[in-house]
Design a protein. Structure first.
Lengths: 477, 217
């Protein structure tokens, strides 16, 4: 997928001014957070599971080659195939090769972030193979030619009214006067339309939430059932997974399953958790005749042994997005690439390079809620700080970067801070002006020289007398 | 170098040993909730399945199954027609006593409105069903029809997932005969992709009706 991660500041400004988006994002601020809280409260072992899950993932990463080889051996034993791919291009070519071998003209797709990462839809379409997204949210945004804006709820930025408009525009064969005022009727229409696609697809492509070395299985976790129809009905199943998805045993898998649904949607379990292992057996009446796993690196092996390694524990639950004040305000598209929110801000620079995503680590208040809710205890604020330091080192050589203006501001502040009389004089003037402007409201919706900052925020007004003045009065008489 | 060699070489070059204070292995936490037996386990399974919007009907003998199915179809205002798994636990039931139900045995198609299959196990911890693919239990029965009816006996209820894996390893000669598909199903399909409004019945079944056979009741 093409990236606009290098334009976060512009993207964010547009998002904040987009009233429809702001209306849609309101649902994130309420629903996800409350549901997760209730589910976590209902499981006393949740914190113990977080700890065990983190430790287990770290153990796997310390021996990742061994676990991947064990997984591969089991897949082969079960009659499946594993394709290792160093980067997006290698993965795209391998998928195309499999599709061509199967004589595929239509491919149904379950939800896969790796698919987004390697831009598989555009690639297949360019080679005359029709990719059809089947998750309702993914279907909606595919019809609207948009990218997902959330890991779990890809169309969270779209309002119901927009879905109706899109369906009327695209489903032209249906009665123009049909009633689509209820969400139920929109869902039914999508279900009917996609049923036709499911039964005529030649290849089904899904993601993989996890890979289990013990059994050689890929695991998907969904609520709609589309992923299962995608991997059951066509002749060929391709599961797309990155190398960090492997867990050793079914019991290890269970730890992550107990954390995933609760963290993501506040469910005890998602509706469908499915383990796929090899192709259909000789005696089976259904299921695909061939089973392929794409094992994608795309920069992840380089993260091992660095401060970014902890990101490889991520299980893509999106709790960090849901709880992030920046994500809640600007939505997912502002982040400009596949992964949004705090995990996106931390992961994108590692995958596409800091040069292409320099603003993302600044898209955080470092409030720490992301780390507090992360089921894998990923130290997201630390990693964002690490990136800021890297960017600051880089920025010296690259004029015009945001870090340049930050640098100038800090230099001015440092000068004043080293000259206490000047500092008090300057801040005294500023304080009097701001306090005077705020009047009795105590809040400022406009600040001279910082209009950009106050477009979407109010500044609490400073008190008329500063700390130094008060201190002198109270303690020195 | 092949991509496989390149990726493995990069992992080996970069991977870092665990910090010394980290355990090399540790027992994984198992929620106390599921560690119950007998009637408590059955009641937990029912409660959790219902919380996930499945309906549960307790039967005390296999002979009651066809009647329960007939009543379900009537109550849901469905044609008296369904597709059955060929598993003996279902195919050998006295369907001939209910000639008004037109049944077919095999995999499901898009024309089927209702299906009855049998679960390998139920997991009380979350009210989940474990269904295996196989000649006698095709996977399409679990997903294509709008109404999924599933038979499970109380003897096959596990308290926790750990217990399920133990039984599954035992039943497959420690994985040698592992099924193509293991479906863990918790309630009927749903979507909240339109403004976060939860709707039951997305691409999978709109209803999940569990026939819980309790021979001790």
């Amino acid at each position: 997928m093409e990236s606009t991660a290098d334009r976060f500041v512009d993207n964010a400004h547009r998002a904040l001014a987009d009233e429809t988006l702001q209306q849609a994002m309101g649902h994130v601020r309420v629903n996800f957070i409350e549901k997760r809280r209730l589910a976590v409260e209902a499981l006393p072992e949740f914190e113990a599971l977080r700890q065990a899950g983190r430790n287990m993932r770290d153990r796997v990463l310390a021996d990742l080659d061994k676990h991947l080889l064990a997984f591969e051996a089991k897949v082969l034993e079960q009659g499946g195939q594993v394709h290792w791919c160093v980067d997006a291009e290698a993965a795209r070519n391998k998928i195309l090769e499999i599709c061509r071998e199967a004589g595929a003209r239509r491919v149904t797709k379950g939800k896969t972030m790796i698919g987004e990462e390697i831009g598989i839809n555009e690639f297949l379409a360019a080679h005359d193979i029709e990719p059809v997204e089947t998750d309702l949210g993914e279907y909606i945004i595919q019809l609207r030619h948009e990218a997902p804006s959330h890991l779990v709820a890809p169309a969270v930025h779209v309002t119901q009214k927009q879905v109706e408009e899109t369906f009327r525009q695209v489903h032209r064969d249906l009665d123009a006067k049909r009633d689509l005022s209820e969400p139920r009727s929109l869902l039914s229409e999508a279900r009917t339309k996609l049923r036709q696609k499911f039964v005529t697809a030649d290849v089904g492509i899904t993601g993989a939430n996890f890979l289990v070395a013990e059994t050689g299985s890929s695991v998907i976790v969904t609520n709609e059932g589309n992923g299962d129809l995608t991997q059951t009905l066509p002749r060929v199943h391709i599961a797309l997974a990155s190398i960090d998805k492997v867990v050793p045993t079914l019991d290890d898998l269970t730890v992550l399953l107990r954390l995933l649904a609760r963290s993501a949607t506040g469910q005890e379990m998602s509706v469908y958790t499915t383990l796929s292992t090899g192709p259909r057996r000789e005696e089976d009446h259904d299921g695909p005749g061939a089973y392929h796993v794409i094992l994608l690196d795309n920069g992840r092996s380089k993260m091992l042994g660095t401060p970014k390694q902890d990101l490889l524990r991520c299980i893509r639950c999106a709790a960090c997005l849901n709880h992030c004040p920046v994500y809640q305000a600007v939505g997912g598209h502002a982040y400009g690439w596949v992964y949004a929110g705090p995990i996106g801000a931390a992961l994108t620079p590692a995958l596409i390079g800091l040069d292409h995503a320099a603003d993302l680590p600044n898209a955080s208040t470092l409030c720490g809620r992301c780390e507090a809710v992360c089921p894998m205890q990923i130290p997201l604020p630390d990693i964002l700080r690490y990136w800021r330091e890297e960017e600051f080192k880089n920025g010296a050589a690259k004029p015009g970067r945001a870090s340049q203006s930050i640098r100038r501001g800090l230099r001015l502040w440092a000068f004043l801070a080293r000259h206490p009389r000047l500092y008090r004089f300057a801040t005294g003037i500023g304080r009097r002006i701001l306090a005077g402007r705020a009047g009795r409201a105590g809040r400022l919706d406009k600040v001279p020289l910082a209009e950009g900052w106050t477009v979407n925020r109010d500044l609490p007004a400073p008190s008329k007398r500063g700390f130094h003045a008060l201190y002198r009065k109270e303690y020195r008489g | 170098m092949s991509d496989r060699d390149t990726v493995l070489a990069a992992i080996r070059a970069n991977k870092k040993a665990l910090p010394a204070d980290r355990p090399k292995a540790e027992p994984l936490p198992v929620p106390a909730r599921g560690q119950v037996e007998g009637a408590k386990r059955r009641d937990l399974f029912i409660r959790m399945a219902q919380a996930a919007s499945a309906s549960v009907e307790v039967l005390t003998s296999p002979e009651e199954v066809p009647e329960a199915v007939a009543n379900y179809l009537v109550a849901q205002n469905l044609p008296a027609r369904l597709v059955l798994a060929s598993d003996p636990a279902i195919a050998n039931l006295p369907w001939h006593d209910y000639p008004m139900i037109a049944h077919r045995i095999g995999a499901a198609t898009v024309q089927d409105h209702a299906a009855l299959t049998v679960a390998f196990a139920g997991i009380a911890e979350t009210g989940t069903l474990a269904l295996l693919s196989g000649a006698e239990t095709p996977t399409t029965l679990n997903f294509l029809p709008e109404h999924a009816l599933v038979l499970v006996t109380t003897d096959d209820l596990c308290g926790t997932y750990e217990e399920l894996w133990l039984r599954l390893r035992a039943a497959t000669d420690n994985g040698a005969y592992w099924p193509r598909t293991v479906n863990l199903i918790t309630g009927p399909s749903r979507s909240a992709d339109i403004e976060q409004q939860l709707l039951l019945g997305a691409h999978g079944p709109i209803k999940l009706h569990i026939l819980l056979l309790d021979l001790d009741a």
